[in-house]
Design a protein around this ligand. Structure first.
Ligand code: DAH
Length: 334
């Protein structure tokens, strides 16, 4: 029995897989197994030794079962490790499958700002949570002014604050902070209580302001024309229409010849041959005065445009809602 014990231990050391382990088990505990044979021999043992013999054989059997079980666990552990090795993945390995890209609005915004920076404008910033007086009053939009209804506003619980309805308050901030000459653009999110197929409650605007002694309307028109030509990368037909904004006098609306039908009239331009792209004008003398700038000495021009609109025209995107759904099938096209 001691020899068998030794043999089991020696054999177990050589076992490399579960099949070999099964063979080992059969060798000792199978039908013809060495221990099985010892067990069946029990009846041949003289009576007085039988009890002692039976005890020892059973101990040997228990020993064998325990060692085999230990080996099985060891082997299964190894198998698990082997499998894990096969499954191991280097997460830091860059496979370049899913390269991201910038959102079309971001790309358009960058394109617009690049053009204005190239035209020597500086970039100014303003907050989205804005003071009511900067957003309205100082821009010559008093409390009872109808323009205040034109822009349905998100007011905040904090008295005197709102979500800016346009980027024009950045004009005010800049004029309060800097002395002319001023030549600035600003860009960012604006908010209105609007939500339909052509309006989103949040959208992007770019604002521009130039204030200097000899600023005039020809410079305004020239600036707008150059910008539109550079933005669309081609000669575009530009039309200025008289309009109204409380912060400019005179005020102008800018249209471009429809890019799709080349002015013949189509669904996109609603048969007019023109597309509205921005508002602009000469800064109202009261706005200059509100910011401590003498309108006798200085004049200014300003403009404001919607980024979504330019983006839709540039990439020919039919619906403003596509920008905010974050559908990868849409976003991956840019
Ligand atoms: N603030 C105007 C709007 O949100 C856009 C605008 C028009 C801005 C004319 C200007 C401007 O600076 O001169 O509709």
């Amino acid at each position: 029995m001691d020899e068998i014990k030794e043999e089991i231990l020696k054999d177990l050391k050589k076992v490399k897989n579960l099949n070999e382990l099964k063979a080992l088990r059969d060798k000792f505990l199978g039908k013809e197994g060495k221990i099985t044979k010892l067990l069946s021999k029990i009846r041949e043992i003289p009576r007085e030794e039988r009890k002692e013999y039976g005890k020892r054989v059973n101990l040997l059997k228990e020993f064998a079962l325990k060692e085999i079980e230990r080996k099985r666990k060891e082997l299964e552990g190894l198998i698990l490790e082997e499998n894990l090795k096969g499954e191991w993945e280097d997460l830091s390995f860059y496979q370049g499958e899913e390269e991201g890209n910038l959102h079309p609005i971001t790309k358009t915004l960058n394109r617009i700002l690049q053009i204005f920076l190239f035209m020597n404008f500086t970039l100014e910033e303003g907050p989205e949570v804005e003071r009511e007086d900067y957003n309205f009053d100082l821009l010559n939009i008093p409390k009872e002014h109808p323009a205040r209804d034109m822009q349905d506003t998100f007011y905040l619980n904090r008295e005197g604050y709102l979500l800016r309805t346009h980027t024009s308050p950045v004009q005010i901030r800049t004029m309060l902070k800097k002395r002319p000459p001023i030549r600035m653009v600003s860009a960012g999110k604006v908010y209105r209580r609007d939500d339909d197929p052509t309006h989103s409650p949040m959208f992007f605007q770019v604002e521009g302001l130039v204030v200097d002694r000899d600023t005039n309307i020809r410079q305004l028109k020239y600036t707008v024309r150059v910008f539109l030509k550079l933005f669309f990368g081609q000669e575009v037909k530009v039309r200025f229409r008289s309009s109204y904004f409380p912060f400019t006098e005179p005020s102008l609306e800018v249209d471009i010849g429809c890019l799709l039908c080349k002015g013949k009239g189509c669904g996109v331009c609603k048969g007019t041959g023109y597309l509205e792209v921005m508002g602009c004008g000469m800064v109202h003398s009261r706005v200059l005065k509100n910011c401590g700038i003498d309108p006798q000495e200085y004049r200014g021009f300003a403009f404001g445009l919607g980024v979504e609109r330019l983006c839709m025209l540039y990439y020919q995107i039919p619906n403003i809602k596509l920008f905010y759904e974050n559908d990868l099938r849409f976003l991956k096209q840019f």
